[in-house]
Design a protein around this ligand. Structure first.
Ligand code: AMP
Ligand code: MG
Length: 343
């Protein structure tokens, strides 16, 4: 019987989850946010947020798991990729706890954790569309690693949506707000940029900003669209791009499961489009659609604990509490850098 504590701090979220024998028994978090149109994510500010909330999140996680800290067997933490100042706070917290409790530490890749938590809802060998703030990748397992079959060539889809939302004064995070107002929109043509298995978003962002400027400045009598229409068109276009590369990956690698992950996957229109794509493939090969609940889609400590347990059992990237000087953050670690020895 092992109890694993997982710490997430790669970006805006500081989260702590507890997993006992593959079951999530606590998942507590607090995310940095701003309410006005001004603020974005300044890494140092976000790291300060993590320092402020960490002890409270820890106590709440223990309370939710109904355990005292001496019951923890292993500590797992998000080693990368992410914002260095934020990762450092998570690692510091993890190392302090490892030393205090004299328990081993496991360094977990954040993107791989998003994929592995799919097991908790039944996805054993999926193609995953990982659509989050900083990361946008289509990932699947092949020959010892999680391979990236397609990805964004510039910004992550969540950051892209957030940047547009901030530009039009909706604050951060923008995804849920754009989703809400998109419901009242109609389609306006914007660029569609799929390049092979990859997507590009910065040109679309420029196009959307220019269209919004015209609304703001009333400088073109020809304008027949409003912000709701731009939000709707953003979602329809960019989500279609994501679905296109996901479907092509499914067809190429011949997997029969599709999994959604990342904060943008909370979007019900994206979920609907992905589900439709999976259903429409039944003439070729049945593809099962999986989407974890919201609390496991966004950045969270439970997925770190979940993968931490799997890795601990296979002795993958495990460190003793008296060998912690060998452990460092990996801000630029890529999904396909990780040797997946646990499969
Ligand atoms: P993550 O980095 O995985 O925690 O995801 C955070 C990102 O998810 C942010 O960019 C949010 O704007 C985005 N997000 C959250 N909810 C939604 C939503 N309903 N629709 C689109 N994006 C969303
Ligand atoms: Mg994430």
């Amino acid at each position: 019987m092992a109890i694993i504590l997982g710490i997430e701090s790669t970006a805006h979220t500081f989260g702590i989850g507890v997993v006992k024998n593959g079951k999530v028994i606590a998942n507590v978090k607090d995310a940095f946010s701003t309410s006005d149109g001004e603020g974005g994510m300044i890494p140092i500010e976000v790291a300060k947020h993590h320092v402020t909330v960490k002890d409270e999140i820890y106590l709440r996680a223990l309370e939710e798991a109904k355990i005292s800290e001496n019951k923890i067997d292993v500590i797992a933490f998000s080693q990368g990729p992410g914002l260095a100042p934020c990762l450092l706070e998570g690692m510091k917290f993890a190392k302090d706890l490892s030393l205090k409790l004299k328990k081993p530490l496991v360094g977990v890749n954040h993107c791989v954790a998003h994929l592995e938590i799919g097991r908790s809802v039944g996805a054993k060998d999926p193609v995953m569309l990982y659509a989050s703030g900083a990361n946008t990748q289509v990932i699947a397992y092949a020959s010892g690693k999680y391979r990236v079959f397609g990805e964004t060539l510039d910004v992550g889809v969540g950051n892209f949506i957030d940047t547009f939302a901030r530009y039009v004064g909706l604050g951060f995070p923008g995804g849920p707000k754009i989703e809400k107002i998109a419901r009242d929109g109609k389609y306006v043509e914007i660029p569609y940029t799929v390049k092979g298995m990859d997507i590009a978003l910065s040109g679309i962002l420029t196009n959307l900003k220019q269209k919004f400027d015209k609304i703001k400045n009333f400088d073109d009598k020809e304008i027949n669209y409003v912000l709701e229409d731009l939000s709707y068109s953003l979602q329809e276009t960019v989500f279609a791009m994501l679905v296109e590369v996901s479907e092509r990956a499914l067809a190429h690698v011949g997997k029969k499961e599709f999994l959604l992950g990342g904060g943008v996957a909370c979007n019900s229109r994206l979920q609907e489009m992905c589900k439709k794509m999976c259903d429409s493939r039944k003439d070729f090969e049945r593809v099962k659609y999986f989407c974890p609940e919201r609390s496991l889609l966004v950045d969270n400590g439970a997925m770190i604990a979940f993968l931490g347990e799997i890795m601990f059992e296979k002795k993958a990237n495990v460190f003793s509490y008296n060998g912690l000087d060998k452990v460092d953050i990996l801000p630029k670690q890529r999904t396909d850098d990780v040797e997946v020895i646990w499969r």
